[in-house]
Design a protein around this ligand. Structure first.
Ligand SMILES: *Cc1c(COP(=O)(O)O)cnc(C)c1O
Length: 499
């Protein structure tokens, strides 16, 4: 590509509108070409650890390099080390759904590059965030207490992990204010054994005593949701020995199997015991914009806080996690900082709170632009359509699995996730060896990528539909690859066990 040379005659300045236009166009072309050819890459990167060290110099360049050389390096050296989350054959974890609208919002956010920690630093950043979170709350039919009209409202956090941490800190400080700081070691938190692993880390950060982390066992008969009787019992056992139950993290759509905790029953229990009730619906909550799935949120009216990740399933590019609390003052009381140099009188007078006082960090991005772009460029109807299409594809995949008697569906199909496994000859290891080999064999083909979990000692394969570009043909082709690899792996396995 020789035509790059003309551009390189004038050095690239830190910011120059015409240079931005020129290079920006080139970068967009590069990304558009990437999406055009995305199915040609192995979904799971096939490089070995440390591959990049040998390909790049040991020191940063002293002098500027050519943009085209860098693009070439991206193609040759970086892309091979990328696992292609946007490939339509990506079925691992939960997806991160990108879209043109989300991407445009991201560009705008980066282009304006404002740091909107309080109203003054960019009034639009704060006000748009309040508005789009109200839009989304109404779309989810959340109770009015989560709207900005009262003391409640939404805030965009980077990830669900940050959301869980800030509400845990708020809940902790709220109860300590009542019972005194020296009761810290008596505070107890509850969740099911299916809660996201981050919850434990949040408790560590919040200084919850490691012995006061109650993990409630779930089982298949309750669909791996919390059993309210077990919760009730655990709370009473703890109170009997003088401990103080104060926080429950429930999940709608667990990471292992998309299980749903019964919010109404457990919400009644937390209410009765004056506990903070957080509902983590990072993945599945997005589906609840469709009326036919909204019932999974029944009981959210008992919650003190509730969160979903639009970056997972609502076509908003990473990062964007929406958190609603019924009383923002709880967050502010715990997380406020008011040094003189950040004072903001206008905001205070108008009874707004600064978003910096409801999150871990001070600096924050103008992420509401992404949500706003997605809402406006697609409209709610198309977002619902996207969810429905993904769920339909997942059920199609489930049907294919059921049609092959070497496999079984392990959990009831929830949302766009299918949990299945290749039936082992014996259950000694919960099918671990056979299914982990199958997973490796399939992922090594590079044709698709999916992941696993362990529930009730069984090794389970998770097939999560949700990449923006996934169509029926990808489901059908992927299933064929899995079937073929199953034949190969089973054959090897039988031979091995004979020897
Ligand atoms: C994905 C997920 C998380 C973690 O989300 P981050 O945004 O990566 O922190 C937590 N809980 C549930 C239920 C999830 O699906």
């Amino acid at each position: 590509m020789k035509n790059g040379n003309a551009d390189e005659k004038e050095p690239l300045r830190p910011m120059d509108a015409e240079q931005l236009r020129k290079y920006g166009h080139k970068m967009i072309d590069f990304i558009a070409d990437y999406y055009k050819s995305i199915e040609q890459f192995p979904v799971l990167s096939q490089v070995q650890p440390d591959y990049l060290k040998d390909l790049l110099p040991n020191f940063a360049p002293d002098q500027p390099e050519k943009f085209q050389d860098i693009l070439d390096d991206i193609t040759k050296k970086i892309i091979p080390g990328v696992t292609h989350w946007q490939n339509p054959n990506f079925f691992g974890y939960f997806s991160a759904s990108s879209s043109i609208a989300g991407f445009l919002g991201e560009i705008l956010c980066s282009g304006l590059n404002v740091i909107g920690f309080n109203w003054l630093t960019s009034p639009a950043s704060t006000e748009l965030e309040i508005i789009v979170l109200d839009w989304l709350a109404k779309l989810l039919n959340l109770p009015d207490k989560f709207l900005s009209s009262g003391h409640g409202g939404g805030i965009i956090q980077g990830t669900a992990s940050e959301a869980i941490l800030v509400v845990l800190l708020a809940a902790r400080d709220k109860i300590l204010l009542r019972i005194g700081r020296n009761s810290m070691d008596k505070l107890v938190v509850y969740s099911s054994d299916q809660v996201h692993s981050f919850f434990k880390k949040a408790c560590q950060i919040a200084g919850i005593h490691s012995e006061n982390f109650r993990v409630l066992q779930t089982n298949a008969s309750s669909g791996h949701g919390i059993d309210p009787r077990i919760l009730d019992q655990a709370i009473h056992d703890d109170m009997d020995i003088g401990l103080i139950p104060f926080f429950l993290c429930a999940t709608v759509g667990t990471t292992s199997s998309a299980a749903v905790d019964p919010l109404v029953e457990i919400g009644l229990i937390t209410e009765e015991n004056g506990m903070w009730f957080h509902v983590d619906a990072a993945y599945a909550g997005n589906a609840c914009i469709c009326s036919e799935y909204r019932h999974y949120l029944d009981g959210v009216e008992y919650a003190d806080s509730f969160g979903i990740n639009p970056y997972k399933w609502l076509l908003v590019n990473f990062d964007c996690s929406c958190l609603w609390v019924k009383d923002q003052r709880d967050l502010v009381n715990s997380l406020t900082t008011n040094p003189v140099y950040l004072e903001n009188m206008i905001f205070r007078k108008n009874n707004f709170v600064d978003f910096k006082d409801m999150e871990i960090q001070i600096g924050r991005r103008f992420r509401s632009l992404k949500l706003w772009m997605v809402f406006r460029l697609y409209g709610v109807e198309n977002l619902k359509e996207h969810i429905r299409k993904n769920i339909k594809l997942a059920r199609q995949f489930e049907k294919l699995v059921r049609s092959d008697n070497r496999f079984e569906i392990v959990c009831p199909g929830m949302f766009s996730l299918v949990c299945f496994r290749l039936l082992p000859h014996n259950e000694n290891d919960g099918g671990y060896e056979l299914n982990s080999k199958l997973l490796d064999a399939v992922n090594s083909t590079g044709k698709l990528f999916f992941t696993h979990t362990i529930i009730s000692d069984k090794y389970i394969l998770r097939f999560a539909v949700g990449a923006t570009l996934t169509e029926e043909r990808h489901i059908i082709e992927s299933w064929k690859v899995i079937q073929n690899q199953a034949t190969l792996v089973s054959r090897k396995f039988t031979q091995q066990n004979k020897n």
